[in-house]
Design a protein around this ligand. Structure first.
Ligand SMILES: Cc1cc2nc3c(=O)[nH]c(=O)nc-3n(C[C@H](O)[C@H](O)[C@H](O)COP(=O)(O)O)c2cc1C
Ligand code: SF4
Length: 447
């Protein structure tokens, strides 16, 4: 096979063994990614059931299912790492039948893990949603995707049709499409779209699980979170806890992007290893990157040495202030400028805001512009102080977590790229603009 013919997810899995902590699509050691290779496309319902066995919920009470999910210790994989069982309990205690929503929007352009599941293992996601619905006594599931994603809507619709034809579904599925914007995947924006057709985040005085769409308890969870539930319901909480760590059980999906041979590769991490070990599996050259952006575009930069040594375990990473978020690992290779990259990302974040709150309307474009000037050798030491101030000013403000995400990105860039900043302040423009972290929209006034 030539390298041109290889799809990212067909990379290297032939090297995986049953004890390997890293799995690829179709690897012998994989859990979520187990099954046919990606070239086989979407796994059909009968193949899925033949491989994993029937999902039989007839004998399970809602309470038993919630207890099972609680015993598994599953935390959400959409970024916030909130325990799913707590969300379900809050919804059930709210006193009305909860709505169940699969957040399949995956608005970060670099993230491919949810799309991988929806395209290759749609029945895993639908099974998980059925289990969650059964655990809260609901019979409807909404799958929320971005518009203009026929590559996702196609496999999901086919999978729903298959289940309908097989007569196996106890719930009614519907697909709802929202605007193809980053913040429209934020949970309150999802609720706002379902409620009034406009995907705008809003301040939450009570959790959405208690009062979401039109005041009804609404469970909005990430695609990968549901896929884990499908396996927990079949194989149990003890089996789930065999992977991950005591503090954050279960495997986790990562998307590796940036300066790597196959950007957009999705892999499954079965137990904590260092990021250097994972990157070495992707390519030997990536083992020691210049820096890594961990957790997504609202994540934090780590310098190469700290990144290589970092233990990829959600709990461990949170403790050191670098949450794994939605599992993006953005690799910055040698000869590229982290400041120029940060300016690009901040410009994109400014453009992607919903434009409702001051920190996004004035703070984010100002950050992007100043970092761009810094990378361009046009800024002075006072501007660095102003950037620190801006990060403090926007953190925790606004109706959603978007400004805080931008502050994380900016503050970590100012720390990690301090030596580059010193050089740029002496009037030297960056000679290495642009990297490979993908953006869907052209940032405001840049490049
Ligand atoms: C700006 C912004 C964008 C977000 N985009 C997504 C997204 O595309 N997909 C997603 O699952 N969660 C996204 N989230 C997180 C959701 O608000 C929510 O926490 C998540 O869907 C809950 O799922 P989980 O508990 O399974 O992690 C976003 C959050 C913010 C602040
Ligand atoms: S904080 Fe920003 S993205 Fe969030 S609602 Fe306000 S303007 Fe929109």
């Amino acid at each position: 096979m030539t390298s041109e013919l290889r799809t990212p997810n067909d990379h290297a899995h032939e090297e995986s063994t049953i004890d390997d902590p890293v799995a690829f699509v179709g690897s012998v050691n994989a859990r979520l990614l187990a099954g046919p290779q990606s070239a086989s496309g979407s796994e059909a319902f009968r193949q899925h059931e033949a491989r994993l066995g029937l999902l039989n919920l007839d004998d399970s009470s809602p309470h038993t299912l919630r207890a099972l999910i609680g015993a598994a210790g599953l935390v959400g994989r959409g970024g916030g790492e909130f325990p799913l069982a707590k969300k379900l309990d809050a919804a059930i205690n709210a006193g009305a039948t909860p709505l169940v929503v699969v957040n399949a929007s995956e608005g970060e352009p670099a993230s491919k893990k949810d799309a991988t599941l929806l395209q290759l293992r749609p029945h895993l996601v639908l099974d998980g949603a059925e289990v969650v619905a059964a655990s809260v006594g609901s019979s409807d599931v909404t799958i929320y995707v971005h518009r203009d994603r026929p590559d996702l809507v196609g496999p999901i619709s086919r999978a729903i049709r298959e289940r309908h034809l097989e007569g196996t579904s106890a719930v009614t599925f519907r697909i709802i499409e929202g605007p193809n914007r980053y913040v429209s995947g934020e949970a309150s924006a999802v609720v706002s779209l379902l409620e009034r057709g406009v995907a705008l985040p809003r301040r939450k005085s009570v959790p959405l699980a208690v009062a979401g769409v039109a005041g009804q308890p609404t469970i909005v969870s990430n695609t990968e979170t549901y896929a884990h539930v499908a396996l927990i319901a079949r194989f149990g909480s003890k089996w789930f806890r065999e992977t991950g760590s005591v503090d954050t059980p279960g495997s986790t999906l990562l998307t590796i992007v940036g300066s790597v041979p196959t950007p957009g590769e999705v892999l499954e991490l079965l137990r904590p290893v260092t990021l250097g070990t994972i990157l070495a599996r992707v390519s030997e050259k990536s083992r020691r990157p210049q820096a890594v952006l961990l957790g997504g575009y609202a994540g934090v930069w780590l310098d190469g040495a700290s990144a290589s040594a970092a233990l990829v375990d959600r709990h461990w990473l949170r403790q050191v202030g670098a949450p794994l978020g939605c599992g993006i690992v953005g690799v910055l290779g040698d000869g590229l400028c982290g400041l120029a990259e940060t300016a690009r990302l901040l410009g994109w974040m400014a453009e992607e805001s919903s434009g409702q709150c001051g920190p996004c309307v004035s703070g984010l474009p100002a950050m992007a512009e100043l970092v761009f000037e810094l990378a361009d050798g046009r800024a002075c030491a006072r501007d660095v102080v102003a950037l620190r101030r801006l990060a403090i000013d926007v953190r925790g403000r606004g109706a959603c977590g978007h400004p805080t995400g931008a502050a994380n990105l900016l503050e970590s860039a100012l720390d990690v790229f301090a030596p580059e900043i010193a050089k740029h302040l002496r009037g030297r423009a960056c000679e290495a603009h642009g990297v490979g972290l993908p953006l869907t929209h052209k940032p405001l006034g840049m490049s």
